[in-house]
Design a protein around this ligand. Structure first.
Ligand code: PEP
Length: 255
């Protein structure tokens, strides 16, 4: 059985002090919820404070991006070693906002994913189609290219550490959620693709999160789908109550 993973993508929100406040509200409530992996992904500037605040808790820490080089003249970038040093175990790679606003491509996603794995970080690799792509009927084609190119050169052992987040771009931050059937169809497609590229075992063990306006109200119907193994949560992860609502449902469904 795959353990649900609920990760909060805070995007460009929260100072260090605000991060500590949110973490302090989450830690005691999450302490008894052992059947679900909970991860928070604050901005870089709040990672160290968040790391300190989640010490001795069952909350994991992730970053929202990284660069693939070790060090050097790459102004504004952050390396995998720096993230590990700040206390991260996870890193989000290729979020659609990075693809849309910061020129990320499947090739940069691939370099970052390879580096994250080599450094010992668990990558959450994001894929997803735009509304126009969905309406043109090319969703599977787009996801296929994102997965094949994004994971090029990653071997089976490494693939066991990869988490994929399926995030339809049209559902991110819009309040529009994919229906459970729409989401499940793409999750099943991704799992089938990983089976073809790797093996039945690796596909069966792969955790695929859904992302896109997920909230407590739609969590149960999404997580009840056979190929949905958790959520990557934006807006609803910024407040303790709404994030906890999702985590509690995931924990209950794992019972
Ligand atoms: C995200 O940022 O990955 C996301 C899914 O955002 P939201 O939950 O706000 O749609």
């Amino acid at each position: 059985m795959r353990k649900y993973i609920i990760a909060g993508n805070w995007k460009m929100n929260k100072t260090g002090a605000e991060a500590i406040q949110l973490v302090n509200a989450l830690v005691p409530k999450v302490a008894s919820l052992k059947k679900v992996d909970v991860v928070i992904c604050p901005p870089f500037t709040a990672l160290s404070q968040a790391s300190e605040a989640i010490k001795n808790s069952n909350i994991g820490l992730g970053a929202q991006n990284m660069y693939w080089e070790d060090s050097g003249a790459f102004t504004g970038e952050v390396s995998a070693a720096m993230l590990l040093n700040a206390g991260c175990q996870y890193v989000i790679i290729g979020h659609s906002e990075r693809r849309q606003f910061f020129g990320e491509t499947n090739q940069t996603v691939n370099k970052k994913t390879q580096k994250a794995l080599a450094a010992g970080l668990l990558p959450i690799v994001c894929v997803g189609e735009t509304l126009q792509e969905r309406q043109s009927g090319v969703t599977e084609k787009v996801i296929n290219v994102q997965v094949v190119e994004g994971l090029a050169g990653i071997n089976s052992e490494e693939m066991k550490k990869v988490i994929i987040a399926y995030e339809p771009v049209w559902a991110i931050g819009t309040g529009v959620t994919a229906t459970p059937e729409q989401a499940e169809a793409v999750h099943a497609f991704i799992r089938g693709l990983i089976e073809k590229l790797y093996s039945k075992n690796i596909a069966a063990g792969l955790r695929i999160q859904y992302g896109g306006s997920m909230k407590a109200e739609n969590t149960e119907e999404l997580l009840n789908q056979p190929d949905i193994d958790g959520g990557l949560i934006g807006g609803a992860s910024l407040k303790a109550d709404s994030f906890l609502g999702i985590i509690e449902i995931a924990n209950k469904l794992s019972a």
